[in-house]
Design a protein around this ligand. Structure first.
Ligand code: NAD
Length: 438
């Protein structure tokens, strides 16, 4: 089948590649001509495990075609997916202008029936707004489907190919059948489609992200209390995670959540509540707790070096908002690094994938290295801010040899405190007792 995807970012490129992998021919449209040029030349602008191979393989098989021309997409495809960004507007609402402008563009180009499918995360009511907008521009029949995306950066390809569930918000039985056909290759183990009305589909995405963000914030808030009362958040995590009603996911305390989704989606849900005369108190508390957690960790480091900031250098491991991605959008690591730099501290940083993006971020006054150990040369402490797998079992002797003093601040609780203490370090982590060299 000929399908188009408009907006070739993290979600769009993964969607396009996975649909191509299932045998469809995909036209990928983006208004960023640099990005399209790169893709035409076989380079992919983001890091996502397994994606590069899939893009190259499907491009070779002529199932992926890249263009800046929406016209080509609208003319040639029955199905048009939208995966454009919906960033936060200054008032916290989701800025859906790209979704509306592409919808209008499609309306103006359409000469025959089309199905427009939104993968972008959009607030409840967007379906209605976009539908009315298209109807005001054309008499050509169309259907609009809300199909929110649940992939996780770092595991996006795997999540798309083997989803826990696919949410389809659409009232038309015929369109539901077509969507089922498109999704079938990704449901080899059984039907995972949940059909619902578009408003519920739109809400489901915000509910899922806010629920997950809230779990993290709850654990982070508990971690602060654990530090005060001498409890250990890791023990608490294991204790409650073994309760089947609670489950083990999203219970890790750390330096706070970030990324391109949780912060903006929590903000947007709060805003939607406000627009409807409701205070989303749990979402607001989750947001507040997250801001405090990020600040608390940065301040723990800053307090340790208070008065000596200008003479202090930190070796930082991790800049991405989480492991297995180069995405630094609203990364807690970037927040911390900015706080350090602002205080006059020098930062030498290493991230396996996100260094290039971080150098262009406001925290640009940092030096980055191609190797984690090189970033530690002459530093007064190691600060861990992202949970990359390669940080989990490092050579502690090499770390000690490179650092001026054997001090680690771990914003991801990667190590057993006793082990690090025996290795000769002072180890500060989150929600657990600080240990001295033992
Ligand atoms: P992104 O910023 O990586 O990609 C968006 C792309 O859309 C960019 O390449 C941009 O150039 C393009 N674009 C913007 N306006 C356009 C226009 N008018 N015409 C053509 N292209 C245009 O964003 P993303 O992270 O892929 O997120 C896309 C949507 O999916 C957002 O609504 C996001 O909330 C949602 N989402 C993201 C994730 C994630 O993990 N990143 C997961 C689920 C859902």
């Amino acid at each position: 089948m000929n399908i188009s995807v408009v907006g070739i970012g993290y979600v769009g490129l993964v969607t396009a590649s996975c649909l191509a992998e299932a045998g469809n021919r995909i036209i990928c449209v983006d208004n960023n001509s640099d990005k399209i040029e790169q893709l035409k030349n076989g380079r992919i602008p983001i890091y996502e495990p397994g994606l590069m191979e899939m893009v190259q393989h499907n491009e070779k098989a002529k199932r992926l075609h890249f263009t800046t021309e929406l016209k080509e997409a609208v003319e040639e495809s029955l199905l048009i997916y939208l995966a454009v960004g919906t960033p936060s507007a200054p008032d916290g609402s989701a800025d859906i202008s790209a979704v509306l402008s592409v919808s209008q563009g499609i309306a103006e180009l359409m000469t025959d029936y089309r199905i427009i499918i939104t993968k972008s995360t959009v607030p409840v009511g967007t379906y209605k707004k976009a539908t009315e907008l298209i109807k005001s521009k054309t008499n050509v029949p169309f259907d609009y489907v809300s199909n929110p995306e649940f992939l996780k950066e770092g595991a996006a390809v795997e999540d798309f190919l083997r989803p826990d569930r696919i949410i389809i918000g659409c009232d038309s039985p015929q369109v539901r059948e077509i969507m089922k056909q498109i999704c079938n290759p990704f449901m080899r183990k059984g039907n995972r489609i949940i059909f619902m009305d578009p408003a519920s589909a739109e809400m489901t995405k915000y509910a899922a992200n806010t629920m997950l963000a809230t779990r993290i914030s709850f654990m982070n808030e508990l971690s602060a209390l654990c530090e005060k009362v001498g409890a250990d958040i890791e023990m608490v995590r294991q204790g409650i995670g073994s309760d089947g009603r609670i489950g083990r996911s999203f219970l890790f305390a750390g330096v706070g959540y970030g990324g391109s989704c949780f912060p903006k989606d929590v903000r947007a849900l709060i805003h939607t509540g406000k627009e409807n005369g409701l205070q989303m108190q749990i979402a607001a508390a989750s947001q507040q707790a997250n801001a405090e957690q990020q600040a608390r960790f940065a301040e723990k480091v800053l307090k340790y070096f208070a008065g000596n900031e200008k003479q202090t250098t930190l070796g930082v491991w991790g800049l991405a908002f989480k492991a297995k991605t180069d995405d630094i959008r609203e990364s807690p690591a970037i927040y911390c690094v900015e706080r350090f730099v602002k205080a006059g501290i020098k930062v030498r940083a290493y991230d396996p994938e996100a260094a290039t993006a971080a150098r262009q971020a406001p925290a640009g006054a940092i030096e980055t290295f191609d190797n984690g150990y090189d970033a530690l040369d002459g530093a007064d402490a190691l600060v861990i801010l992202t949970d990359w797998q390669e940080f989990r079992n490092p050579d502690f002797e090499a770390i000690k040899a490179r650092l001026k003093k054997p001090v680690i601040f771990d914003g991801r609780n990667l190590y057993e405190p006793e082990y690090v203490s025996r290795a000769g370090f002072t180890y500060h982590c989150v929600g657990r007792k600080t240990v001295s060299p033992g």
